[in-house]
Design a protein around this ligand. Sequence first.
Ligand SMILES: NC(=O)C1=CN([C@@H]2O[C@H](COP(=O)(O)OP(=O)(O)OC[C@H]3O[C@@H](n4cnc5c(N)ncnc54)[C@H](O)[C@@H]3O)[C@@H](O)[C@H]2O)[C@@H](O)CC1
Ligand SMILES: [K+]
Length: 511
Amino acid sequence: MSASCATPAPGASLPGSLLYDAAALRAIEAAALAHAGEATALMQRAGQAGWRTLLSHWPQARRIVVVCGPGNNGGDGYVLATQALASGCDAVVVRLEPHAPRTEPSRAMCAAFEAASGRIEAFGGALPPADILVDALFGIGLSRAPDHATAALIDAINAAGVPVLALDTPSGLSGDRGSADGAAVRATRTLQFLAPQLGLQTGDGPDHAGALSLDVLGVDAHCFEAAQAQARRIDAQDLAHWLQPRPRNAHKGSHGRVLCIGGDHGTGGAVMLAAGAALRAGAGLVEVATQGVHIAPLLARWPEAMVRRTDNVSAFAGALDAADVIALGPGLGQGSWGHALFDETLDAASAADTPLVLDADALNLLAARPRGLPAGAVLTPHPGEAARLLETDTATVQHDRPDAVRALAARWNAVVVLKGAGTLVCAPGGLPWLIAAGNPGMATGGMGDVLTGVIAALRAQGLDAEHAAACGALLHAVAGDRAARTAGERGLLPGDLIDVLRACANPEPHP
Ligand SMILES: NC(=O)C1=CN([C@@H]2O[C@H](COP(=O)(O)OP(=O)(O)OC[C@H]3O[C@@H](n4cnc5c(N)ncnc54)[C@H](O)[C@@H]3O)[C@@H](O)[C@H]2O)[C@@H](O)CC1
Ligand SMILES: [K+]
């Protein structure tokens, strides 16, 4: 591979921003308290930030109901409610009987609310009429699944039919994992404090957190040094980091040769999609090894592709040797043909150290017949495939996606793209990347084939395995968002993404 056009500018620092978990937030809080003193001061700032956020997004709201829990998250809620009263709004705090404040600062904030003639109601099954609800039930201190009474309160919040502003986390959702063990608030917006939490941006997180805001509570930048990040978040703005303008003297050999292998009888479209995506993502040459019956339709759609019939496995040995990158799996199937291609390809790639991108049935075959992978392989499982590769079930993968992607990368010594809402990309022992783009319209058969082609193309253009996977997952998601903008998410097809890939793969360079 001689390519150099899809590479970061020399000396460029990593793109994106860092995401944290509760332990990291506690470390930031401890550093801030050591520096600035009182816990109540931070709580005051948190509640005031909550009030400012509410005012800026819902300026017409007059009846404000704040649901307070027993810890410091509840304390933030009392501050917000006191601010609302001071601004002439009708503010009521609702809480469960056992949720009277338990921490010193939250007791003080509750007392201040009562001193301002604030009303506190015990939850008896129905919430008072409200223009907006504020969820200050639990934040990063959530330690168990909500019990029956708490779940009833959460259900009432979700059923109220008015906007919900969650303070710090939507109560019930783990801000670390992006999943809930029981009932969880579905917020319209979540105002995070100090630093953004990974769990709000992957798995169930986005559905529960809604739109995201952040307030760093005036904490000094050095307090963040103590915190260990859990992921690096990248969005559409970051594509330009990797997708630099091409050198003027580039030729087709500069951009690598991708070999796409797959497409058994009945699933020929999958390998066509991968090949088309590889072409549109900028691979210099794309060759397809597939069943002979698929060659004519493939060439009709993509005359730029080279083709190799694989009715006889040994017939494509030359293609394996010539490839800079091999994408194996789209439409491969798990029959004897797929098995033979899988074995042949992995043997050849291991012998020649050819970069691999494995997807779909290549992952299922790998799970069924575990073997070592050549260095720098990329695996792109959806949660079901991930579960097979980890010998667990899909629910366990989704319960803790950050943990699953790290475990997969370590288990297979490969870069892993764990697909689904809030796609995560992780190299062995590395910090995961969180892809902050994409939409549910992309939950359609064939989208994964497009992703495979994109990652292979970027690898062929000179990105290393980790960066090709991160940039490829991002480019794929950004193309999905762009395609959805024209006519909506429902009915979005993989081919729609391929149509806009080129426009997304040539971002304006950052000034
Ligand atoms: N980290 C920080 O620096 C700051 C934190 N603040 C707030 O403080 C929060 C953290 O406060 P806490 O540590 O007190 O934790 P929380 O207020 O999130 O909740 C802990 C309390 O809830 C109870 N609890 C946990 N899960 C429960 C469940 N499922 N059912 C019933 N009770 C349950 C615990 O026993 C404990 O009493 C943050 O999320 C944030 O809102 C802010 O006041 C300002 C600054
Ligand atoms: K909350």
